[in-house]
Design a protein around this ligand. Structure first.
Ligand SMILES: [Zn+2]
Length: 566
């Protein structure tokens, strides 16, 4: 057996930045690690799970399974390390991985030799694993193996180092206590420096039969998507009762020619629904014209919708058809129909009642066959009451009203919608992120979404633009200003390893720093005052507001401390 030097040549930086990532929301049933939701799980359950998987799949398949399990976790931690230690040395950033592994209670990692040169794509790592949980499982539950047993730890190391180096790094466990060796030692090098890299890589690909099944499944899903969501639209995406009910109703209306009135807040997807009604109707091969009535100036709206004859008014230099004529045989979607002028309302009523229209400045009547789908986010009934909207037109439009629920009323549909937009923008930007972090999704589920689905779409597009390939979309990339979250009830781990309330902790943390730096109360006051003045652009009134004191009081203290503007 080979012997190894036990003197670690590499030392760790402080682990506090990593420990600070753990937050316990005991009453909420959640534990967070950075933006990832984690959970505490007994090693003994893991042991039982591993035994079952090994029995069901055989040792080779099970090994691949656990390597991939670790791999996923390593990918995410590499990202976290880069984020938490942006200004540290290459080595200190890299060592966050082994430190995270230890912090999570999986194994104590002693780096024996780490040689990193990202510019020259050079990597060599030799590390010792002490008290691996996977060895413990072998010793207590499964018995010793014939080969190294620290599978998920190894998967983690491969993913972490590869993601860190942005090239394929493979680690191998060259000796393992799980198979009777004295120590667990791993060695990592770029893949092309291993002779058997190809066969080892095989473990990181999922079981081919399982893979095929997944492929088939996703093919089927995308096929269904195509049927249900023509032109990448999100009509029909959702499982909430309220939304399913509306969809069922709209499906029924789609086939005939009945006028549909879509109600709901802005951004709930009224145009998407209107389009899907058209696509499902017998008119689907004829035009679909969408008009936002609020976007057209009042004095032009009649001509825009119903057409105009040459010379009808100044600027009408030639005759042209309006949107209704262009939609002939098909469907017209009138969004914000409440914005129509009285004359346009009268013309619309005529279309609905007589199937005919006259262009502005024309006395020739034209037959027209257009299905009308109207939408509004204001109450038409109220507009009728106030005399802003014709009652007879309202009754004509209100034959088949459908109320589209706001996103916050069907928030359980958000993950599906988010998934839909992720796919859409991955395609559009030719990118592949790892999707939303658990924390980001959590924030989405608690946000009120005043702009509804359209806002969600914009937020996800922003997230994808700001996130690199193979990274997770975090809260910060998703929202320019993160929705307010109450963290004061969280518990975190202090330096002694005890669980404490985060609000007390940050106060204590702050106080400890002051004591550690031997600062007097006067010095603390001066630092506070100076930084308030900096923050408020040297304005004394501004600084006084920040410090919650009056301007004269601050001026007095400035004078006393001899801090007056230098
Ligand atoms: Zn081992």
């Amino acid at each position: 057996m080979a012997t190894f030097s036990t003197l670690p040549s590499v030392s760790y930086t402080d682990i506090q930045d990593l420990t600070d990532q753990i937050r316990f929301q005991g009453t909420e049933g959640k534990i967070w690690f950075g933006e990832q939701r984690v959970m505490l799980m007994q090693v003994s359950s893991m042991a039982a799970f591993r035994r079952e998987i090994t029995n069901a799949m055989g040792i080779e398949q099970a090994k691949g399974f656990f390597l991939r399990l670790g791999y996923q976790s390593g990918l995410r931690d590499a990202e976290l390390a880069r984020k938490l230690r942006p200004n540290n040395s290459e080595l200190d950033i890299f060592l966050a991985g082994p430190q995270l592994h230890s912090l999570k209670g999986m194994v104590k990692v002693i780096p024996l030799e780490i040689d990193i040169d990202q510019d020259n794509r050079h990597f060599y790592g030799e590390l010792e694993w002490v008290d691996s949980f996977e060895v413990e499982i072998c010793q207590t539950e499964l018995g010793l193996l014939d080969e190294p047993a620290c599978w998920s730890l190894l998967g983690y190391a491969c993913a972490y180092a590869s993601s860190f180096m942005k090239q394929e790094i493979l680690f191998r466990e060259i000796s393992c206590r799980g198979c009777g060796d004295e120590k667990c030692i791993i060695v990592g090098k770029p893949a092309d420096e291993w002779d058997d890299a190809d066969s080892f890589r095989g473990y990181f690909k999922a079981d081919p039969t399982v893979g095929e099944l997944y492929d088939l499944q996703s093919e089927l899903n995308s096929y269904n998507h195509c049927i249900n969501n023509q032109e990448e639209q999100y009509y029909g995406i959702g499982q909430s009762l309220s939304y399913k009910k509306v969809c069922k109703m709209i499906d029924k209306a789609a086939q005939g020619k009945v006028t549909v009135l879509l109600l709901g807040e802005t951004g709930v997807g009224k145009e998407v629904i209107a389009r899907s009604v058209h696509v499902r109707s017998e008119r689907s091969d004829k035009p679909f014209i969408a008009v936002n009535c609020a976007a057209i100036p009042h004095d032009l709206i009649e001509a825009e919708l119903f057409g105009v004859e040459k010379g009808a008014f100044t600027g009408a230099n030639q005759s042209r058809a309006g949107r209704f004529e262009r939609a002939n045989g098909g469907t017209i979607f009138l969004d914000e129909v409440i914005e129509l002028t009285p004359r346009a309302q009268a013309s619309l009523l005529r279309v609905l009642q007589e199937n005919e229209l006259e262009r502005v400045g024309d006395n020739h009547t034209r037959k027209i066959d257009v299905r009308v789908i109207a939408a509004t986010n204001e109450s038409l009934a109220k507009a009728v009451e106030e005399g802003r909207f014709r009652a007879d037109l309202y009754y004509r439009l209100n034959v088949f009203p459908a109320s589209i629920p706001a996103l916050r009323e069907r928030i359980e549909d958000l993950p599906l919608l988010a998934e839909h937009f992720l796919e859409k923008f991955h395609r559009e930007y030719n990118k592949r992120t790892l999707g939303l972090s658990d924390k980001a999704l959590q924030a989405c589920l608690h946000y009120k979404w005043p702009g509804n689905i359209r806002e969600l779409e914009n937020v996800i597009e922003r997230g994808i633009i700001l996130t690199d390939n193979n990274d997770i979309i975090d809260l910060e990339s998703l929202f320019a200003i993160a929705p307010v979250q109450d963290n004061t009830k969280d518990n975190i781990i202090n330096t002694e390893g005890n669980l404490v309330s985060s609000s007390n902790y940050s106060q204590q943390h702050w106080a400890d720093q002051i004591f550690d730096n031997n600062l007097s109360l006067d010095e603390v006051e001066n630092i506070l005052i100076k930084s308030a003045i900096e923050k408020s652009n040297k304005s004394i009134s501004g600084a006084a507001r920040l410090l919650n004191m009056t301007r004269p009081t601050l001026a007095y203290r400035l004078k006393k401390a001899n801090l007056l503007c230098q």
